[in-house]
Design a protein around this ligand. Structure first.
Ligand SMILES: Cc1cc2nc3c(=O)[nH]c(=O)nc-3n(C[C@H](O)[C@H](O)[C@H](O)COP(=O)(O)OP(=O)(O)OC[C@H]3O[C@@H](n4cnc5c(N)ncnc54)[C@H](O)[C@@H]3O)c2cc1C
Length: 492
């Protein structure tokens, strides 16, 4: 494994090698960062972070998102689209266009990336800032390299119009060259530095853990919270509800969490008749303290309660019969917030452990079999029913959790045999067709990587013609196909 210290080192390694896989923290869930022969190029030594303008930070590719966040916090600033796994590196989050829970409010990495430094396989270094290189009407970009002029045409396929898309190369009329490298999963060049836009004054965030008795009740509560928040943003209403994210775990996840003793460990009450739990990230006016929170809870339903975002939020929960069982963690209650987040994260961890046990005890071909799909929220309830029906019809055990405020969830198979994996993959391809029919994207936030199912979903989405357009871009920038071979698509 090579650990270059500069972009010149990266250029030397690229020109001297025939096969190179750039990696960050290797937290990819798609096999995209799993070595497969050739040189593994780790960015861990590229860690410099510099302020380069107002609310602009140039972060080398190997800096951890958590490190960036800590540094920003000291200056009363923050980076909004942090993925759930904050040990991911800047280059990795850009290469996968990572999204976090709070994509609902803040969008994905793409929206916050103002510039990139990318080393091409010929060793040429591209320093790109938004606005400097934009595609013309003929969809082309021209890059002048010392080794010759490269002309590439972005795809003519239409990307799904949903908040999260990590499905091959970005394409849109008049697109910026920066956007081509975001989400390209290391197949077009090695990102050595990123210029991120950041925000002032981290908000005061409260968390609500809310059990709900039916899926339809949960969808209607999430819909109401989404609409209320969008209204607040539209009208800049200082009293309005301001939800940044809503996560969910379903009934099967709750069973697993109970089996694993996670509810007791983190002191979370899960009513036996809860169909699912919502974890709501609520932004409150700066300076809100736990004492303010408790005081407003005590009077929220009184007719003379002050009109505040929290009072409106609590009243909305009440209208949806979700207030009585809600548990709150207030801004600054670090331990309680960590308990809530650990409870949510223990659902995927519990399922992944069961998959690992089945692989060890039953068949070593068993692997994680899961979808990462998004639909426009108005179709979310329908899509949830399709996930359930598709897995149930095949006799599969499964659990669903995810970023419900985006209509983006992860339906995971809990396998008891290798046959379950085969059926699960079939179900996922079927889900992909349904998601596309509903205007969604079957590859929302984790990318495509080397997963054969995700590569099949990409082909389903854009067809062979779309993939050929992507291959032409790859060939123009990496004529020998030396970067991340097999990631996103095969050469033929
Ligand atoms: C517990 C957990 C939670 C997660 N939560 C989220 C989430 O909320 N949202 C989300 O979107 N993802 C999530 N992920 C997936 C993963 O964390 C993200 O995709 C993350 O952005 C990957 O960053 P990384 O540094 O680990 O990159 P890696 O996994 O090392 O690499 C990912 C891909 O990017 C390429 N790459 C890496 N660095 C570079 C570079 N410098 N130049 C060019 N290409 C490069 C690699 O070749 C690979 O194809 C989660 C993963 C885990 C394990």
């Amino acid at each position: 494994m090579a650990k270059p210290r500069s972009e010149q080192d990266v250029a030397r390694l690229l020109t001297a090698s025939t096969r190179v896989l750039p990696i960050g923290a290797q937290s990819s869930l798609t096999g995209g960062a799993t070595p497969d022969g050739g040189l593994v190029l780790s960015t861990v030594r590229l860690t410099d972070i510099q302020e380069v303008g107002q609310r602009l930070f140039r972060t080398e590719a190997g800096a951890e998102i958590e490190t960036l966040q800590n540094l920003l916090h000291r200056a009363d600033q923050w980076y909004a689209p942090s993925p759930t796994y904050t040990g991911a590196l800047a280059g990795g989050v850009v290469a996968t266009n990572a999204a976090g829970a709070s994509t609902f409010k803040y969008g994905t990495t793409r929206r916050w990336t103002e510039g990139l430094t990318v080393v091409l396989t010929c060793g040429h270094v591209l320093d790109l800032m938004r606005g400097n290189c934009v595609a013309g009407d003929d969809r082309t970009f021209t890059i002048e390299c010392p080794c010759g002029r490269r002309t590439l045409r972005h795809g003519s396929y239409r990307m799904p119009d949903v908040p999260k898309v990590s499905a091959g190369y970005f394409a849109a009329p008049g697109m910026d060259l920066v956007d081509l490298f975001i989400g390209a999963e290391g197949t077009l060049g090695v990102i050595t530095a990123v210029t991120f836009r950041v925000l002032p004054e981290p908000p005061a965030v409260a968390w609500a853990m809310v059990p709900v008795r039916s899926e339809s009740a949960a969808v209607s509560l999430v819909d109401a919270l989404r609409r209320a928040s969008q209204d607040s943003w539209r009208h800049s209403d200082p009293h309005g509800i301001d939800v940044a994210a809503i996560e969910h775990v379903d009934r099967r996840c709750l069973e697993i969490l109970r089996e694993d003793g996670i509810d007791t460990k983190h002191d979370i009450t899960v009513p036996l008749d809860a169909e699912l739990m919502l974890l709501i990230q609520l932004e409150l006016p700066g300076g809100t303290t736990p004492a303010d929170g408790y005081a407003q809870v005590a009077i929220a339903l009184d007719s003379d309660a002050p009109d505040t975002p929290l009072v409106r939020f609590l009243r909305l929960l009440n209208v949806h019969q979700a207030l009585d069982d809600a548990q709150m963690a207030w801004p600054g209650e670090r331990r309680r917030i960590e308990q809530f987040l650990a409870f949510r994260e223990s659902a995927p961890a519990g399922v992944n452990r069961r998959v690992g046990n089945a692989k060890r005890d039953i068949n070593d071909r068993i692997e994680k079999t899961a979808a990462d799909m998004i639909v426009p929220f108005e179709h979310f309830g329908e899509m949830l029913a399709i996930y359930r029906e598709g897995y149930s019809r095949r006799g599969l055990d499964f659990a669903i959790w995810g970023h419900i405020s985006d209509g983006n969830v992860h339906p995971n198979v809990i396998p008891t045999s290798y046959a379950d994996i085969v059926s699960g993959r079939e179900a996922i391809l079927e889900f992909g067709r349904e998601v596309a029919r509903l205007g969604g994207c079957p590859l929302a936030e984790h990318g495509v990587g080397r997963s054969s199912v995700k590569q099949a979903l990409l082909r389903q989405l854009y067809g062979d013609a779309g993939l050929d357009e992507m291959r032409a871009i790859k060939s123009a920038l990496d004529p020998d196909w030396k970067l991340a071979p097999g990631v996103i698509f095969s050469r033929t």
